[in-house]
Design a protein around this ligand. Sequence first.
Ligand SMILES: Nc1ncnc2c1ncn2[C@@H]1O[C@H](COP(=O)(O)OP(=O)(O)OP(=O)(O)O)[C@@H](O)[C@H]1O
Length: 309
Amino acid sequence: MTDPDVVLEVRDLRMRYGTKDVLDGVTFAAHRGEVLALLGPNGAGKTTTIEILEGFRRRSAGHVAVLGSDPAHGDETWRARLGIVLQSWRDHGKWRVREVLDYLGGFYAPYATPERPRPWNLDELLATVGLTEHAGKKLRHLSGGQRRRLDVAIGIVGRPELLFLDEPTTGFDPQARREFHDLVHRLADAHDTTILLTTHDLDEAEKLADRILILSRGRIIADGSADALSRRIAGEAEVRWTRDGQRFVHTTPAATKFVHELFKQHGEAIEDLEVRRASLEDTYMTLVRQAESGQDEIVAARFREVGAA
Ligand SMILES: Nc1ncnc2c1ncn2[C@@H]1O[C@H](COP(=O)(O)OP(=O)(O)OP(=O)(O)O)[C@@H](O)[C@H]1O
């Protein structure tokens, strides 16, 4: 029987453009309320994957179920349960923010349920994405960041159960980025929305995602929390300290024990102590480099270990 908590199920997904295999057996699943970040180098196939899941692109082979349906045959009711924020959205510059949201929101009204009133209340939505004071502005007068906030508002106006975000924070200033991160957490925690996002900002992925998926050479080469990936793959921490004006660096898998010994030996002579675990960026670079240099077997074995953790 299918698990109703599984919102996305992708098994052995393949995509070929001409003679080029872009997706070569992609497999992963997402559960209700989970936030997944899909990472990978330029051209890895992230947008292709997302477009297949959205029903905008026909896959070459493999099994895909999105909210229980095959996206290649998704009907209107199915589509109304999805939210999509594309990399860019072209439209009429003379429209005003409030009008666009009101107009698009209207399409979702027939699909309202007691648990999910649709569309989102307009004033609440404008406040949620920080566009209240720009509600009367024409689209062509919005700044890049305001435009991106509107893209997000368009993506969530129908209160989606599953939201796709393709590089959502491009052009956001630090405050808008932080507000957007809070919104993603709220959508996942309070509204039980499952979110699949792509980003090249690893710091953002680490902050937002419950799970990180790394796509490289047509396959998922890692799937796990940022913490689990960095612990299982990079394993070691770097300890830095100063003693008598001299700087020291030591790499160890047992940082706490090492620091304890260090203090036992040198006590207060230790200054500027720092313990640094491998960041998601270190992990990402290691994994992608291994995959690209053809060490897929090692990567796959480690992936299985992480998966089993
Ligand atoms: N319609 C198409 N026809 C032929 N090749 C395509 C088509 N769309 C994408 N590709 C190729 O497929 C590969 C994957 O592209 P895709 O846009 O999915 O990658 P991406 O991971 O989203 O990249 P980026 O990080 O640069 O956005 C690229 O090599 C691209 O050139």
